[in-house]
Ligand binder design. Structure first.
Ligand code: C2O
Length: 715
């Protein structure tokens, strides 16, 4: 697996192998909800809940102190002067003394030695110049390619015969300081963000998950169809029980009928926000023609909001009584897991930024380069730009699209956009890659927050002496957008045109809202339903059990072609819409809430037919352009607006449909589609899946039950 080798290699460069790094970062964090709650109750901790978890191990301190020169990017980020190495200046000061020594030497026998040394030095200099790109990582005393560079293999074989790609992932609790601030995290193989999966369409992905963390977990493969492997979808409470602490589970599925940029993430509680995220790229054998602009390099760029506290603590606070629309506000943001915070700004945090770096990207000048952006965050919409570089959007959520040019990209959580830039700008050798969280959509202020994270794009022609030079590139003059809607995708046309079916068999009207119920609890609703994950009794397990025992409440509905299934499910907590055979379904969502919601349907891509403010026009169905609408898997419904989707329900299984703001899904904004139920009725569930529900501790780390607050409305 080239990607694994590559990342291992980079770790070695730092003198750390991944195990080593893991064990150094490892701590005995107590990550359960009970503990989180305890910390919350302690006013002294004042929600820096994790401070007791943040004691540095002595080995770790040693590791940090051997690290090198400061690369602080904090309060001074407005003035970027050319900075070369300190070493150069020092050399000049000592020069007169050196000259005297040289004079004495020429009169003595050591002159031959001097000539030899000079020749040697010259040879080294020439070699260094010729190998400047290769040596670049060492020149500044740190690596320019981050541990997770996510550079895609330039020699990739797009036409290789279908193969099986095996991975072993050990999930552990670690203490890590991606931007300087230490926090407890859950990571895969000691890496954050997680390892890249790079495969061809038709390949089988096999991931053995070894859970060495304190909490149970699961991994969901965002956007993957899982056609014929619904039980590998990784969705706790829908397709599986969590993988208990100490347990293993192997995900195995074939990727077929799709290509492009996807990702994976924890799907138990809000674990994705604790570090369980990573990229998954599927190459089509036609990739070169599906992408209409040829490019010289291809890579993934992950952006995300970043919290300093465990999601378990944050969700307890968010879901407690009297907390309407108060989603936890992130403290910062990361690009490929990197940023540098100024520790002086964060006096209440354990912070050491000496190992923190800004993400850097080395691009060959005069060429096109593809950047695959993924927003893996829990809440924030990002606006992203590479200063002074216009770019073309060429892919959206795995759908190749005809290039459309922009200055800024707007990307909601769980969405992906590929952009292609041309490194033909001549104003400098380095440019800021700015990723800005749209803070306008946050409910509260977070005094710790740094709303922007910047990366650096360097043209590789730079002389080795310029590798530490900060960009002095300019921002675009357009004002920054303040809303968290989707960017306007109505003009984006898929390269492979697929007309949407002319009509749908059924239209679901979904009312999206947050409502305050008993004990002042604010919860997310689709119509009158608010989901609570049945962690120990996933929908799929119940369905298969019900069908195989000919339980009437499950079998009776199989005679109707589509509709809500209220026979088998208590719709107040589990809204399940069911189809048999192949149906075309419309989802018309109306948002009665003041926030925008990126809605994601598992197992499918849908056509985005229309989006708008207020209410849909009366003639909405007669004015649709069905010739080739954008197909994607995550679409926003704007505040007090509406969105119309259409999809062909032809993939057998139970599929979650939910808001991808992780806090909202946990607050209940999730429903399910049981499609081709007649086929699901013939399935048997693999023993491994059933076994997960029997494991001790499999519910560790689940969200709080509402009942804990009953009778304690102000707790
Ligand atoms: Cu990324 Cu349930 O999804």
């Amino acid at each position: 697996m080239p990607d694994e080798e590559a990342s291992q290699g980079r770790l070695h460069d730092e003198g750390l192998d991944s195990n080593d790094a893991t064990s150094r970062l490892k701590h005995d964090a107590l990550l359960s909800h009970e503990d989180a709650e305890q910390q919350l109750d302690d006013p002294a901790l004042n929600y820096n809940g994790s401070s007791s978890l943040l004691n540095l191990a002595p080995e770790h301190e040693a590791l940090l102190s051997q690290e090198n020169e400061d690369y602080d990017h904090g309060s001074d980020s407005e003035s970027f002067e050319l900075e070369t190495f300190h070493a150069t200046g020092e050399g000049w000061e000592k020069r007169p003394q050196k000259l005297r020594l040289l004079n004495n030497c020429f009169r003595s026998k050591c002159s031959k030695v001097i000539v030899a040394v000079a020749a040697f030095a010259l040879a080294i200099f020439v070699a260094a110049f010729l190998l400047r790109d290769e040596l670049r990582p060492f020149i500044g005393g740190h690596q320019l390619d981050p541990p997770q560079a996510y550079l895609l293999d330039p020699n990739w074989d797009f036409t290789a015969p279908s193969t099986r790609r095996d991975y072993t992932w050990v999930i552990e609790d670690v203490e890590h300081n991606p931007d300087g601030v230490y926090r407890p995290m859950m990571v895969i193989n000691g890496q954050f963000p997680g390892p890249l999966i790079e495969v061809n369409e038709g390949d089988t992905i096999v991931v053995q998950v070894v859970n060495k963390a304190t909490n149970a977990t699961s991994i969901h493969w965002h956007g993957i169809y899982q056609n014929g492997s619904n039980w590998m979808d990784g969705t706790v409470g829908v397709t599986q029980c969590p993988i208990g602490p100490g347990a293993n589970f192997t995900y195995e599925f074939r990727v077929d009928g799709q290509s492009g940029t996807y990702w994976y993430h924890g799907h138990h509680g809000v674990q994705s926000s604790d570090g369980l995220v990573g990229p998954l790229v599927i190459h089509s054998e036609d990739e070169k023609s599906l992408q209409r602009i040829e490019y010289a390099s291809d890579r993934v760029v992950i952006v995300q909001d970043h919290y300093y506290d465990l999601s378990g603590a944050l969700i307890m606070d968010y879901l407690k009584p009297d907390r309407e629309n108060a989603e936890p506000v992130p403290a910062g943001a990361l690009i490929n897991g990197q940023n540098v915070r100024n520790c002086d700004d964060l006096p209440n945090r354990k912070c050491d930024n000496s190992t923190a770096r800004l993400a850097e990207f080395n691009l060959e000048p005069g060429k096109n380069h593809r950047l695959r952006f993924i927003n893996v965050g829990a809440l924030a919409t990002f606006q992203i730009q590479l200063d002074e570089h216009e770019f073309a959007i060429t892919e959206v959520d795995g759908t190749d699209v005809l290039p459309q040019y922009h200055h800024r990209l707007k990307i909601q959580p769980a969405q992906r956009y590929s952009i292609v830039i041309n490194t033909n700008v001549t104003t400098g050798e380095a440019y800021w890659l700015r990723a800005r969280m749209v803070t306008h959509c946050f409910a509260e202020e977070n005094i710790e927050m740094a709303a922007e994270v910047w990366g650096i794009v360097r043209y590789t022609s730079s002389s080795p002496l310029l590798v530490n030079v900060r960009p002095s590139s300019r921002d675009w003059p357009e004002t920054i957008e303040l809303d968290c809607n989707d960017m306007d995708t109505s003009g984006l046309r898929p390269v492979i045109a697929i007309p949407a079916p002319a009509t749908a068999d059924d239209v679901l009207y979904l009312r999206v809202n947050f409502e305050i119920g008993a004990w002042k609890l604010s919860r997310g609703f689709f119509n009158a339903s608010s989901w609570r994950a049945p962690v120990s009794s996933p929908t799929l397990n119940r369905l298969i059990e019900g069908y195989s025992t000919s339980n009437e409440s499950f079998t009776s509905s199989l005679s109707s072609h589509f509709g809500y299934n209220s026979a088998a499910f208590a719709t107040l907590r589990e809204l399940v819409y069911q189809t048999t055979g192949i149906r075309t379904i419309d989802i018309l969502m109306q948002n009665f809430n003041e926030g925008s919601h990126p809605m994601h349907l598992h197992g499918y891509k849908f056509w985005v037919l229309a989006q708008g403010h207020g209410y849909p026009p009366k003639d909405v169905f007669s004015t649709l352009d069905l010739t080739n609408p954008l197909r994607r898997d995550t679409v926003a419904i704007e505040a007090f607006g509406w969105t119309l989707l259409r999809f062909t329900a032809d993939n057998a299984g139970i599929w979650a449909f939910h808001c991808h703001l992780s806090w909202h899904a946990e607050a209940g904004l999730l429903m399910q589609f049981l499609t081709k139920a007649d086929e699901v009725a013939r399935w048997t569930l693999p023993a491994e899946n059933i076994g997960l529900c029997e494991l001790e501790g499999h519910d560790r780390g689940k969200g709080p039950d509402d009942e804990i607050w009953y009778g304690h409305p102000s707790r």
